[in-house]
Write a protein that binds this ligand. Structure first.
Ligand code: DSN
Length: 411
């Protein structure tokens, strides 16, 4: 921070405050993680100075020798980690990765079958307020009261609506996704299958969630969730679609790639290729199961009665509390999470009856099952004591104790 301090003390101080917030908070936002110092170092390098429109060794600018090497390493590592034929590491985000697939695979007005946002889907899978919902004909599937995809219903909707593309993969889904079943449905109606594995990419890489490779025509992901890299996106596909996907990313929807972020992606991918990343992925799931169990033992409902991956949704309906108020309350006692709708939520997405929680970030920090049991008890107590300031103070002390036990960064 030496340089920022000298140039812009105002911003430097706010970054310091954010660091303290992260150090002193239990991060349960299911889509967040804690990137390594190596990843952050790569993101903060001279590579930010470089324009490199185009693909490695086929650029529109000179001076790309070194960014070519770095981008090639990143691509090769994606191929190795996920076992895919082709990867494009240039998408600036998961939404951009999804947009590029839409741009390549579809024409304006084509029909897409995807999971509804309020049932766990993503904004860029067809929400009416997103480009995907504005320019394409979206047919949605949801989850049943147990929080599970009803595959028979997906098949029925596919047969009725003949989509050009089916999207699987979610922002809030706590069950294993049956990619094979999705592929069978897509084949039945001649649709492309896109799997957005942004949330579960680290679990797929670590071997604790089945892979969509071999089933999905296009696989998109972010790099900053369970994969634990810098903020960004990746698209994977077979060689058949490689040239078209690359063209859709550039010049289709993006200009110059962020080569400093691509370097950080390469570093994160190297970390994910190490044997201990498999242990990390396993621990994410163990921690999530322990947290769900602890909450349910404390009489807190969880959508689907548990989780099979890294994420779950607290169902607050019987408590009379809203997701919005509960997430705000948790923040007060040092736990960050986000309000989220539950299946058939009677409340609006701005209020909600649920809170989504997940374990990738706390697992990076070193939390184990016993700590998750304690977090479950703290959350349940908070919902019970609600506005009892003394009791909340005591809960804040308990979350601080956990934060002190596991420093955000060890050195
Ligand atoms: N993917 C969303 C989330 O899960 O938080 C953000 O776009």
């Amino acid at each position: 921070m030496n340089y920022i301090n000298k140039t812009d003390n105002e911003v430097a101080q706010i970054i310091e405050e954010e660091l303290k917030r992260q150090e002193n908070t239990i991060e349960l936002i299911a889509s967040e993680n804690i990137a390594s110092k190596a990843v952050m170092e790569a993101a903060g390098t001279v590579l930010t100075n470089k324009y490199a429109e185009g693909k490695p060794y086929k650029r529109f600018y000179n001076g790309c020798d070194f960014v070519d090497k770095i981008e090639t390493i990143a691509v090769e590592r994606v191929k190795q980690l996920f076992g895919v034929e082709h990867a494009n590491v240039q998408p600036h985000s998961g939404a951009q990765a999804n947009m590029a697939v839409f741009f390549y695979a579809l024409k304006h007005g084509d029909t897409v079958l995807s999971m509804d946002l309020s049932n766990g889907g993503h904004l860029s899978h067809g929400s009416p307020v997103n480009f995907s919902g504005m320019y394409f004909n979206i047919v949605s599937y949801g989850v049943n009261e147990y929080g599970e995809i009803d595959y028979d219903n997906v098949e029925k909707l596919a047969i009725e609506n003949k989509p050009k593309m089916i999207i699987c993969g979610a922002s809030n889904y706590s069950k294993i996704i049956d990619f094979k079943r999705f592929k069978e449905i897509a084949d039945k109606v001649g649709a492309y299958l896109m799997a957005d594995i942004a949330h579960i990419a680290g679990l797929v890489a670590g071997g604790v969630h089945p892979s969509p490779v071999g089933y999905a025509d296009f696989i998109t992901t972010t790099t900053h969730k369970s994969l634990r890299g810098p903020r960004g996106g990746i698209i994977m596909c077979s060689n058949e679609h490689a040239a078209g996907i690359d063209k859709a990313v550039f010049p289709g929807i993006q200009g110059g790639p962020l080569e400093h972020i691509i370097a950080a992606k390469a570093v994160a991918l190297k970390e994910a290729l190490q044997p201990d990343f498999k242990d990390y992925a396993k621990q994410i799931v163990k921690n999530a199961k322990a947290l769900a169990q602890s909450l349910m033992e404390e009489n807190i409902d969880i959508v689907g009665n548990g989780t099979e991956n890294h994420v779950m949704t607290i169902d607050l309906r019987k408590t009379g509390k809203t997701g919005k108020d509960t997430a705000n309350l948790l923040e007060k006692i040092g736990i960050t999470a986000n309000k989220n709708t539950v299946p058939n939520d009677p409340l609006s997405p701005f209020v909600t009856s649920g809170v989504r929680i997940g374990t990738p970030a706390v697992t990076t920090r070193g939390f184990k099952e016993d700590d998750m049991i304690e977090i479950g008890k703290i959350i349940a107590s908070a919902i019970t004591v609600w506005d009892n300031e003394d009791a909340l103070k005591n809960l804040r002390e308990r979350t601080q104790k956990l934060c002190n036990k596991y420093p955000l960064y060890k050195d």
